[in-house]
Design a protein. Structure first.
Length: 306
Protein backbone atom coordinates (compact mmCIF):
# COMPACT_ATOMS: atom_id res chain seq x y z
CA UNK A 1 0.00 0.00 0.00
CA UNK A 2 1.14 3.53 -0.80
CA UNK A 3 -0.32 6.02 1.67
CA UNK A 4 -0.01 9.75 1.21
CA UNK A 5 2.42 11.06 3.80
CA UNK A 6 -0.12 13.05 5.80
CA UNK A 7 -1.71 9.81 6.93
CA UNK A 8 1.34 7.81 7.98
CA UNK A 9 3.05 7.74 11.34
CA UNK A 10 1.68 8.32 14.80
CA UNK A 11 1.75 12.09 15.12
CA UNK A 12 -1.60 13.87 15.27
CA UNK A 13 -2.46 16.33 12.53
CA UNK A 14 -1.73 19.95 13.41
CA UNK A 15 -3.81 22.81 11.99
CA UNK A 16 -1.66 25.65 10.72
CA UNK A 17 -1.58 28.92 8.80
CA UNK A 18 1.28 29.70 6.44
CA UNK A 19 0.52 33.18 5.07
CA UNK A 20 -0.84 36.17 6.99
CA UNK A 21 -0.16 39.87 7.48
CA UNK A 22 -0.27 42.22 10.45
CA UNK A 23 0.37 45.88 11.23
CA UNK A 24 4.08 45.03 10.87
CA UNK A 25 3.38 45.57 7.15
CA UNK A 26 0.00 46.22 5.48
CA UNK A 27 -2.27 44.08 7.66
CA UNK A 28 -5.12 45.54 9.73
CA UNK A 29 -4.65 43.50 12.91
CA UNK A 30 -1.74 43.69 15.32
CA UNK A 31 0.42 40.57 15.62
CA UNK A 32 -1.15 39.91 19.02
CA UNK A 33 -4.68 40.17 17.59
CA UNK A 34 -3.91 37.95 14.63
CA UNK A 35 -2.28 35.23 16.73
CA UNK A 36 -5.12 35.24 19.26
CA UNK A 37 -7.71 35.00 16.48
CA UNK A 38 -6.00 31.92 15.09
CA UNK A 39 -5.81 30.37 18.55
CA UNK A 40 -9.57 30.89 18.94
CA UNK A 41 -10.05 28.97 15.67
CA UNK A 42 -8.05 25.98 16.84
CA UNK A 43 -4.75 26.62 15.08
CA UNK A 44 -1.67 24.86 16.42
CA UNK A 45 0.89 26.89 14.47
CA UNK A 46 1.13 30.07 12.43
CA UNK A 47 3.67 31.91 10.27
CA UNK A 48 3.58 35.72 10.51
CA UNK A 49 4.65 36.55 6.95
CA UNK A 50 4.67 40.31 6.68
CA UNK A 51 6.09 41.84 3.53
CA UNK A 52 9.88 41.82 3.46
CA UNK A 53 10.18 41.90 7.26
CA UNK A 54 11.36 38.72 8.95
CA UNK A 55 9.77 37.45 12.15
CA UNK A 56 10.66 34.85 14.77
CA UNK A 57 8.69 36.32 17.66
CA UNK A 58 5.54 34.95 19.28
CA UNK A 59 3.65 38.13 20.18
CA UNK A 60 1.00 36.21 22.16
CA UNK A 61 2.86 33.36 23.89
CA UNK A 62 -0.03 32.73 26.27
CA UNK A 63 -1.94 31.16 23.35
CA UNK A 64 0.49 28.25 23.10
CA UNK A 65 0.61 28.57 19.30
CA UNK A 66 3.90 27.61 17.66
CA UNK A 67 5.21 30.45 15.49
CA UNK A 68 7.04 29.49 12.31
CA UNK A 69 9.72 32.07 11.44
CA UNK A 70 8.97 33.76 8.15
CA UNK A 71 8.10 36.65 5.85
CA UNK A 72 6.84 37.32 2.31
CA UNK A 73 9.34 38.35 -0.36
CA UNK A 74 8.40 39.87 -3.72
CA UNK A 75 9.58 41.37 -6.98
CA UNK A 76 7.61 43.05 -9.75
CA UNK A 77 8.10 41.94 -13.32
CA UNK A 78 8.40 44.28 -16.26
CA UNK A 79 6.16 42.67 -18.85
CA UNK A 80 4.70 43.60 -22.22
CA UNK A 81 1.50 41.90 -21.05
CA UNK A 82 0.87 44.29 -18.15
CA UNK A 83 1.33 43.85 -14.42
CA UNK A 84 3.10 40.67 -13.34
CA UNK A 85 4.82 39.82 -10.10
CA UNK A 86 6.52 37.07 -8.14
CA UNK A 87 5.57 36.69 -4.47
CA UNK A 88 7.12 34.07 -2.20
CA UNK A 89 6.34 33.04 1.37
CA UNK A 90 9.53 32.09 3.22
CA UNK A 91 9.40 29.89 6.33
CA UNK A 92 12.45 28.69 8.18
CA UNK A 93 13.93 27.18 11.33
CA UNK A 94 14.41 28.93 14.61
CA UNK A 95 17.33 31.29 15.13
CA UNK A 96 20.48 29.30 15.82
CA UNK A 97 19.13 26.27 13.96
CA UNK A 98 20.40 27.19 10.50
CA UNK A 99 18.37 30.32 9.77
CA UNK A 100 20.53 33.21 8.59
CA UNK A 101 17.93 35.96 8.98
CA UNK A 102 17.61 38.37 11.91
CA UNK A 103 14.47 39.37 13.78
CA UNK A 104 12.91 42.41 12.04
CA UNK A 105 15.41 42.20 9.17
CA UNK A 106 13.96 44.31 6.36
CA UNK A 107 14.39 43.72 2.62
CA UNK A 108 13.75 45.89 -0.41
CA UNK A 109 11.32 45.15 -3.21
CA UNK A 110 12.16 45.98 -6.81
CA UNK A 111 11.93 44.74 -10.38
CA UNK A 112 13.24 41.72 -12.22
CA UNK A 113 13.22 41.16 -15.95
CA UNK A 114 12.14 37.50 -15.84
CA UNK A 115 11.87 34.32 -13.79
CA UNK A 116 15.57 33.60 -14.22
CA UNK A 117 16.49 36.83 -12.49
CA UNK A 118 13.99 36.05 -9.73
CA UNK A 119 15.68 32.69 -9.27
CA UNK A 120 18.59 34.54 -7.67
CA UNK A 121 16.17 35.84 -5.02
CA UNK A 122 14.94 32.30 -4.36
CA UNK A 123 18.49 31.01 -4.18
CA UNK A 124 19.34 33.56 -1.49
CA UNK A 125 16.28 32.55 0.54
CA UNK A 126 17.16 28.87 0.30
CA UNK A 127 20.79 29.60 1.21
CA UNK A 128 19.48 31.33 4.35
CA UNK A 129 17.86 28.04 5.37
CA UNK A 130 14.26 28.82 4.41
CA UNK A 131 11.62 26.90 2.47
CA UNK A 132 9.62 28.75 -0.18
CA UNK A 133 5.98 28.76 -1.26
CA UNK A 134 4.91 30.41 -4.52
CA UNK A 135 1.96 32.71 -3.78
CA UNK A 136 -1.33 33.33 -5.62
CA UNK A 137 -0.24 32.39 -9.15
CA UNK A 138 -3.58 33.50 -10.62
CA UNK A 139 -3.43 36.98 -9.06
CA UNK A 140 0.27 37.28 -9.94
CA UNK A 141 -0.43 36.62 -13.61
CA UNK A 142 2.33 34.02 -13.80
CA UNK A 143 1.83 31.29 -16.42
CA UNK A 144 2.63 27.78 -15.24
CA UNK A 145 5.39 27.39 -17.82
CA UNK A 146 7.13 30.44 -16.33
CA UNK A 147 6.84 29.13 -12.79
CA UNK A 148 8.01 25.66 -13.88
CA UNK A 149 11.42 27.14 -14.67
CA UNK A 150 11.92 28.43 -11.11
CA UNK A 151 13.66 25.92 -8.86
CA UNK A 152 13.42 25.02 -5.21
CA UNK A 153 9.86 25.87 -4.19
CA UNK A 154 8.40 23.05 -2.13
CA UNK A 155 4.80 24.27 -2.56
CA UNK A 156 2.43 26.65 -4.35
CA UNK A 157 -0.85 28.11 -3.16
CA UNK A 158 -3.88 26.12 -4.29
CA UNK A 159 -6.19 28.56 -2.45
CA UNK A 160 -5.62 32.13 -1.25
CA UNK A 161 -8.47 33.60 0.80
CA UNK A 162 -7.53 37.24 0.24
CA UNK A 163 -7.53 36.80 -3.53
CA UNK A 164 -10.77 34.80 -3.42
CA UNK A 165 -12.62 37.38 -1.30
CA UNK A 166 -11.29 40.52 -2.96
CA UNK A 167 -10.74 39.44 -6.57
CA UNK A 168 -12.46 36.05 -7.09
CA UNK A 169 -9.05 34.67 -8.03
CA UNK A 170 -6.94 31.76 -6.75
CA UNK A 171 -10.08 29.83 -5.79
CA UNK A 172 -8.67 26.46 -6.87
CA UNK A 173 -5.39 26.50 -8.77
CA UNK A 174 -5.66 22.81 -9.54
CA UNK A 175 -5.17 23.09 -13.29
CA UNK A 176 -2.06 25.20 -12.73
CA UNK A 177 -0.79 22.63 -10.23
CA UNK A 178 -1.49 19.75 -12.60
CA UNK A 179 0.38 21.48 -15.41
CA UNK A 180 3.43 21.75 -13.18
CA UNK A 181 3.13 18.11 -12.10
CA UNK A 182 2.75 16.98 -15.72
CA UNK A 183 5.90 18.94 -16.58
CA UNK A 184 7.75 16.89 -13.98
CA UNK A 185 7.84 19.55 -11.25
CA UNK A 186 7.39 17.70 -7.96
CA UNK A 187 5.57 20.28 -5.89
CA UNK A 188 2.94 20.29 -3.17
CA UNK A 189 0.04 22.72 -2.69
CA UNK A 190 -1.14 24.68 0.34
CA UNK A 191 -4.34 26.52 1.24
CA UNK A 192 -3.58 29.89 2.82
CA UNK A 193 -5.36 33.10 3.80
CA UNK A 194 -2.91 35.87 2.94
CA UNK A 195 -5.13 37.68 5.44
CA UNK A 196 -4.82 41.47 5.59
CA UNK A 197 -8.22 42.47 6.99
CA UNK A 198 -9.27 40.49 10.05
CA UNK A 199 -12.24 38.88 8.28
CA UNK A 200 -9.85 37.26 5.76
CA UNK A 201 -8.09 35.13 8.38
CA UNK A 202 -8.79 31.51 9.37
CA UNK A 203 -10.42 30.36 6.13
CA UNK A 204 -7.66 28.32 4.47
CA UNK A 205 -5.18 26.09 6.30
CA UNK A 206 -3.00 23.00 6.23
CA UNK A 207 -3.24 19.92 8.47
CA UNK A 208 0.27 18.60 9.05
CA UNK A 209 1.42 15.23 10.39
CA UNK A 210 4.10 16.38 12.83
CA UNK A 211 5.07 16.94 16.41
CA UNK A 212 4.28 20.48 17.48
CA UNK A 213 7.65 22.20 17.12
CA UNK A 214 9.18 24.30 14.37
CA UNK A 215 11.72 21.73 13.13
CA UNK A 216 9.20 18.89 12.92
CA UNK A 217 6.56 21.01 11.19
CA UNK A 218 9.05 22.25 8.57
CA UNK A 219 10.27 18.72 7.89
CA UNK A 220 6.71 17.47 7.46
CA UNK A 221 5.83 20.33 5.12
CA UNK A 222 8.95 19.72 3.03
CA UNK A 223 8.00 16.04 2.72
CA UNK A 224 4.37 16.67 1.80
CA UNK A 225 3.03 15.21 5.06
CA UNK A 226 -0.08 17.39 5.05
CA UNK A 227 -3.34 18.14 3.32
CA UNK A 228 -4.98 21.52 2.71
CA UNK A 229 -8.53 22.62 3.46
CA UNK A 230 -11.11 25.39 3.65
CA UNK A 231 -13.46 23.14 5.65
CA UNK A 232 -13.62 19.36 5.06
CA UNK A 233 -11.41 16.85 6.84
CA UNK A 234 -9.48 14.21 4.92
CA UNK A 235 -8.87 11.16 7.07
CA UNK A 236 -6.98 8.93 4.65
CA UNK A 237 -5.71 8.77 1.08
CA UNK A 238 -4.02 5.60 -0.11
CA UNK A 239 -3.43 3.39 -3.14
CA UNK A 240 -3.47 -0.39 -2.79
CA UNK A 241 -3.56 -3.02 -5.55
CA UNK A 242 -4.17 -0.35 -8.17
CA UNK A 243 -7.13 1.21 -6.36
CA UNK A 244 -7.09 4.67 -4.75
CA UNK A 245 -9.22 5.25 -1.67
CA UNK A 246 -10.23 8.40 0.19
CA UNK A 247 -11.86 8.71 3.62
CA UNK A 248 -13.16 12.11 4.69
CA UNK A 249 -15.79 14.05 6.61
CA UNK A 250 -19.28 14.03 5.02
CA UNK A 251 -19.15 15.69 1.62
CA UNK A 252 -20.97 16.15 -1.68
CA UNK A 253 -18.31 14.81 -4.03
CA UNK A 254 -14.84 13.31 -4.05
CA UNK A 255 -12.66 13.86 -7.13
CA UNK A 256 -9.64 11.80 -8.13
CA UNK A 257 -7.43 13.92 -10.39
CA UNK A 258 -4.56 13.32 -12.78
CA UNK A 259 -3.26 15.65 -15.46
CA UNK A 260 -5.98 18.23 -14.87
CA UNK A 261 -8.79 15.79 -15.70
CA UNK A 262 -10.90 13.89 -13.15
CA UNK A 263 -10.14 10.19 -13.37
CA UNK A 264 -13.29 9.68 -11.35
CA UNK A 265 -15.85 11.85 -9.55
CA UNK A 266 -17.97 10.21 -6.85
CA UNK A 267 -21.08 12.14 -5.81
CA UNK A 268 -23.53 11.61 -2.98
CA UNK A 269 -25.30 13.07 0.02
CA UNK A 270 -22.87 13.06 2.92
CA UNK A 271 -20.49 10.50 1.43
CA UNK A 272 -17.39 9.73 3.48
CA UNK A 273 -15.47 7.26 1.29
CA UNK A 274 -14.73 6.75 -2.39
CA UNK A 275 -12.56 4.53 -4.58
CA UNK A 276 -10.96 4.91 -7.99
CA UNK A 277 -9.10 2.42 -10.13
CA UNK A 278 -5.79 4.05 -10.98
CA UNK A 279 -5.47 4.44 -14.77
CA UNK A 280 -2.53 2.64 -16.33
CA UNK A 281 0.48 4.88 -16.85
CA UNK A 282 -0.60 7.40 -14.23
CA UNK A 283 2.43 9.24 -12.87
CA UNK A 284 0.62 10.68 -9.88
CA UNK A 285 -2.86 10.86 -8.42
CA UNK A 286 -4.36 13.45 -6.09
CA UNK A 287 -7.79 13.89 -4.55
CA UNK A 288 -10.13 16.77 -3.83
CA UNK A 289 -13.09 16.72 -1.45
CA UNK A 290 -15.97 19.21 -1.75
CA UNK A 291 -18.70 19.49 0.88
CA UNK A 292 -22.33 20.59 0.56
CA UNK A 293 -21.36 24.22 1.23
CA UNK A 294 -18.75 24.19 -1.53
CA UNK A 295 -15.81 24.14 0.87
CA UNK A 296 -12.83 22.12 -0.36
CA UNK A 297 -9.92 20.02 0.78
CA UNK A 298 -6.98 18.79 -1.28
CA UNK A 299 -4.55 15.94 -0.77
CA UNK A 300 -1.03 16.12 -2.04
CA UNK A 301 -0.25 13.73 -4.89
CA UNK A 302 0.77 10.16 -4.49
CA UNK A 303 3.61 9.84 -7.00
CA UNK A 304 3.69 6.62 -9.00
CA UNK A 305 5.55 6.02 -12.28
CA UNK A 306 8.36 8.47 -13.00
Amino acid sequence: MIRQAAFTGNARLLKGGLHCHTTRSDGRGTPEEVIRLHAEHGYDFLAITDHRKYNYRNFAPETGITILPGMEMDRNLRSEYGYRCFHTVCIGPEKGQGNAYEQDQVFESGFVKDQYEYQAVLDEIHAAGNLTIYCHPDWSGTPAHTFAEMKGNFAMEIWNTGCVVENEMDVDNGLYWDELLMRGVKIYAVATDDGHSMYQHCKGWVCVNAQNNVAAILEALKNGAFYSSTGPEIRDFAIEDGVARVACSPCAHIDFLYGGFPSRVVRGDGIETAECKVPEGTRYLRARVVDAQGQRAWTNPIFLAE
